[in-house]
Design a protein. Structure first.
Length: 264
């Protein structure tokens, strides 16, 4: 995978695995035991491989001069027609956030990526037992990927079956703006994408098409590389907003915000 730099002002830079190896963890202290980015990445790949999951494509990015790492891996495992299982992993060596792992899905036709907040959220601090806890957490999470896959498939099919009109789409767009999922500049872009989809697959007037109108605009901004933490938070909030409005979640959730997320 070739290296490419995107919006260096935001600090996001795509890297290859060989380049990721060059970012070493600082020297450990008595209470802080940072792990190198490549080490965290390899642990996730090791567990996925052992469980029989194959990675079809991946994107690795570093931020803040290499102090922070975020990677996404699209798996060959299908969730639904045109949708594949995906996972995300993060790490930092500047004490900004703990090691993390989360699951979501990627849509083939447009490469839209979205993460969920209510399943498979694993976090571990950089402490003496941090690596051990992360390894155990990853193994446990990966063992539950199959059930996550089934539940995600039900969500997607429910969104595909929920027909909506322009009024609801416009209302959701306003709420997405109010919740910080999209910016004021993206608001009109979402409406334009809803009214005239860039992809034939989203011509149907359903909640699923609206979901992809938003993720298409978010993806076009390049934020998944430039600011992946924020991007993850946005897609998690989007899931929650749409499921609450469309009553399509397989599990009832009466809270107003998603659960603790990888991006917080």
């Amino acid at each position: 995978m070739a290296s490419a730099t995107l919006n260096l002002h935001s600090g996001g830079q795509l890297v290859s695995l060989d380049e990721l190896e060059r970012y070493k963890a600082p020297e450990a202290t008595e209470t802080w035991k940072p792990l190198g980015h490549a080490h965290v990445y390899r642990k996730v790949r090791e567990v996925l491989d052992a469980a029989g999951y194959k990675v079809a494509a991946e994107k690795l990015a570093v931020h803040k001069n290499g102090a922070r790492f975020f990677g996404t891996m699209e798996l060959t495992t299908k969730v639904s027609d045109g949708v594949a299982l995906a996972v995300g992993v993060r790490n930092s060596v500047d004490r900004s956030y703990p090691i993390g792992f989360i699951a979501g899905h990627r849509i083939f036709v447009c490469s839209n990526l979205a993460f969920r907040s209510d399943l498979l959220n694993v976090k571990a601090k950089h402490t003496k037992l941090g690596e051990q806890r992360f390894s155990i957490g990853i193994a446990s999470a990966v063992s539950r990927l199959s059930s996550f896959q089934e539940e995600e498939a039900r969500r997607i099919e429910a969104m595909r079956g929920r027909v909506i009109d322009d009024t609801l789409a416009e209302s959701l767009t306003l709420r997405a703006y109010e919740k910080g999922i999209i910016s004021v500049r993206q608001l009109l872009g979402v409406l334009a994408e809803w009214r005239s989809p860039s992809f034939v697959a989203f011509k149907d007037r359903t909640l699923y098409s609206y979901f992809n109108a938003v993720t298409t605009v978010l993806g076009n901004s390049g934020r998944d590389v430039q600011q992946p933490q924020k991007y993850c938070a946005q897609t998690m909030l989007l899931h929650h907003l749409i499921e609450k409005a469309g009553d399509v979640s397989p599990r009832k959730d009466t809270s107003d915000e998603p659960h603790n997320t990888l991006a917080v």
